[in-house]
Design a protein around this ligand. Structure first.
Ligand code: NCD
Length: 310
């Protein structure tokens, strides 16, 4: 069974082919072409954490492909009665053709996938990974900067807990990025991730001050502090006041640099950046649909043809 659980599940060839098919699906969406590739097929969305963009874009993607969607929250499911993730996976497989799942516990989506008989997509597992977000992030970078190779990427915010950051650096690694981390010491990239990047020849530099590195950046990727993952809320309050990106922060940046953010934003990215042509975060939101169409299509196509998808 083919699942998409981690960024590492995708080879460079997989990434290129998914981005290419996302570009075709984007045209279909723009021209409102009716597609029936998923006719008679059902996506099951199991979301055990809040979500606006990921959940709705998975739904929109499946509907745009001519399929149907059934949604269940963890609070409504038998997980609350103590059912195992494996049994839940096996059960959902009796009703649908593919599962998209979000859960607060790292590894929970992989556990459900072990019981499932249909493909499972990780829509975010705690502070661990969020691979479909990374694919739409790469799509945005390719569209806006024009390439993926050797990008200089500034990572700002909660690099310790942000699953979007963890999957992003892993998925970008084969494209030899230069990573510049701008984060308080308490919120740096996990050591395990830094080591795995080092093995692949990628160093993550640190900068205390964003303004000193701004002129070098091709991408400025901002994240919110993940309040729900802090054990010490006083630390959260102290750190969340410590950084803020606004229009003035972009002084000296390249003209074709892009400002990205997986959203939601809280205080770390000011709305006064929105009018800047370099702001790409609502493009990311929009690109979530064609990119997730490409993922659903690849997984279900391979299943139908009984060949590996990834
Ligand atoms: C992110 C997530 O859920 O990890 N949002 C998203 O999926 N676009 C980012 C976040 O919650 O900070």
């Amino acid at each position: 069974m083919q699942h998409l659980l981690r960024a590492a599940d995708l080879s460079v060839d997989n990434i290129h082919s998914l981005l290419d098919s996302a570009a075709i699906f984007e045209q279909h969406i723009t021209s409102r072409t009716r597609l029936d590739r998923m006719q008679g097929r059902v996506l099951i969305n199991l979301f055990a954490e809040p979500s606006t963009r990921t959940r709705l874009s998975f739904e929109r993607a499946m509907l745009a492909l001519g399929g149907q969607v059934q949604t269940i929250g963890a609070a409504e499911s038998s997980l609350l009665k103590g059912e195992s993730l494996e049994d839940t996976g096996r059960t959902l497989s009796c009703y649908g053709d593919v599962i998209a799942m979000r859960h607060p516990t790292p590894g929970a989506v992989a556990a459900l996938a072990r019981g499932a008989r249909i493909p499972v997509i990780n829509a975010g597992d705690g502070s661990h990974e969020h691979p479909t977000q990374s694919l739409l992030d790469l799509y945005t970078m390719k569209r806006r900067v024009g390439r993926l190779n050797k990008l200089v990427v500034g990572l700002v915010g909660d690099l310790k807990h942000s699953r979007t950051i963890h999957s992003l650096v892993d998925m970008l690694a084969p494209f030899q990025p230069q990573l510049v981390c701008v984060a308080p010491p308490e919120l740096g990239l996990p050591a395990e991730l830094v080591n795995s990047l080092a093995v692949r020849g990628i160093s993550a530099l640190h900068a205390d001050d964003l303004s000193t590195v701004m002129p070098e950046l091709d991408v400025l990727y901002v994240t919110r502090l993940q309040r729900e993952r802090f054990e010490d809320l006083a630390l959260y309050e102290r750190l969340q006041a410590s950084y803020h990106v606004n229009a003035a922060s972009l002084v000296g940046a390249k003209k074709n640099m892009v400002v990205m953010h997986p959203l939601p934003r809280v205080n770390e990215l000011s709305p006064d950046v929105d009018a800047d042509p370099r702001a790409a975060y609502f493009d990311q939101v929009r690109y979530g649909v064609p990119v997730r169409m490409a993922i659903l299509d690849a997984l279900l196509d391979a299943l139908a043809a009984d060949k590996p998808a990834l």
